[in-house]
Design a protein around this ligand. Structure first.
Ligand code: 5GP
Length: 343
């Protein structure tokens, strides 16, 4: 991070509780923060301990937080204390290690690279600046994330269906052959497995999966094709795939769709007729909802630092209206984005 006379702002990528940090010089002076909080760093003169304020709470005095250097040192110590299993790094040119790349971690869960990529693991702070999209700028990619069954797909479908001149999905790639009524570039881009894999390993596939022996996935170029048409590209991603989309060229605005809590569902069922229509229409059982709530909590605690906005889908119509308004804000208002996206 660059020290300068003007303030530096960072997004916290980890939770920090001073009470649980045995190394803090003065526990009472510590500033607790959560993943996703934007912090104004007011003093970086000490190599190990900085002073910072939360921008959501500027009235509160600055407190001590561990410096980037100190947190990285702790992370490295933790990293090397974990069981080690050497393997060949598939991403020799730009390895970002198993914990950073979801694709890599899916292939090599619990393995570490033998290269020195560990230093890139999970930077604790991300420098951010305020960004406002100008009319001449490309639209930002809108990414919807949420547990299966929460209505992410349906919301995307409705959003595009109601405003096809404004929103569009990217055309996915597949290695299967086209059916008689399909056209290359309309339903899919039909490519060989070799081409698909070269896109995958070249980090040009934002997400992919295998179905009945064929690969399917969405490429960066397919998203750019929508943005180049002047439309807003909307896509669903698994939370572990968000990292790959977080680039200057796509500037994704990530919206997390979460289910209403079980307790609020029970409350509305007991007290009102306005039962959460989406979940009733979908005939979810209590156990399904419980599972969805647990998964949503897991996603939020693991990937919440990447979410720009959260919508609770307890009614599809309301959620769609909230989604439209969130996208409008992303387009028209100042937003915190990584400094690297605009410098
Ligand atoms: P079909 O071959 O019938 O068009 O699609 C079969 C399945 O491929 C879909 O049900 C879905 O599971 C998967 N699929 C289609 N498009 C994509 C995509 O863009 N990404 C991923 N990961 N899977 C897809």
């Amino acid at each position: 991070l660059v020290t300068s006379l003007t303030s530096v702002y960072v997004r916290a990528m980890i939770d920090y509780w001073p009470q649980e940090d045995p190394d803090i010089p003065c526990m009472d002076a510590g500033l607790p923060f959560l993943k996703g909080d934007i912090l104004q760093i007011v003093d970086q003169s000490d190599a190990l301990w900085w002073q910072a304020r939360k921008i959501s709470d500027l009235a509160i005095c600055a407190g001590l937080i561990p410096s980037n250097h100190l947190l990285k040192r702790k992370q490295r110590e933790f990293w090397w204390s974990q069981p080690y299993q050497p393997h060949t790094c598939l991403k020799s040119t730009r390895c970002e290690c198993a914990y950073v790349s979801s694709h890599f971690s899916q292939l090599h869960a619990n393995m570490r690279c033998t290269c020195s990529c560990y230093s890139a693991v999970g930077a604790p702070y991300e420098e951010v600046v305020r960004y406002q999209r100008q009319p001449a700028d490309k639209h930002r990619l809108i990414v919807l994330v949420g547990p299966s069954g929460v209505g992410v797909n349906e919301l995307r479908r409705q959003l595009i269906g109601c405003n096809p001149s404004c929103f569009q999905s990217a055309v996915p790639h597949t290695t299967r052959s086209p059916k008689s009524y399909e056209m290359d570039g309309r339903e899919y881009h039909y490519v060989s497995r070799e081409t698909f894999e070269s896109l995958m390993y070249g980090h040009r596939m934002l997400e992919f999966g295998e179905y009945k022996g064929h690969l399917y996935g969405t490429s960066v170029n397919a998203v750019l094709a929508v943005l180049d048409e002047g439309k807003i590209c909307v896509m669903d991603l698994e939370p572990q795939d968000i990292q790959l989309a977080r680039t200057r060229e796509l500037k994704p605005y990530v919206i997390f769709i979460k289910p209403p809590s079980m307790s609020s569902m029970r409350h509305s069922r007991r007290n009102a007729k306005i039962i959460t229509d989406y979940f009733v229409d979908m005939k979810f059982k209590d156990e399904d909802l419980q599972e969805m709530e647990e998964l949503a909590q897991k996603m939020e605690s693991q990937f919440g630092q990447f979410f720009d906005h959260v919508i609770v889908n307890d009614n599809l119509q309301d959620a769609r209206a909230q989604l439209l308004s969130a996208i409008q804000k992303a387009e028209e208002e100042l937003q915190w984005v990584p400094e690297a996206w605009v410098s």
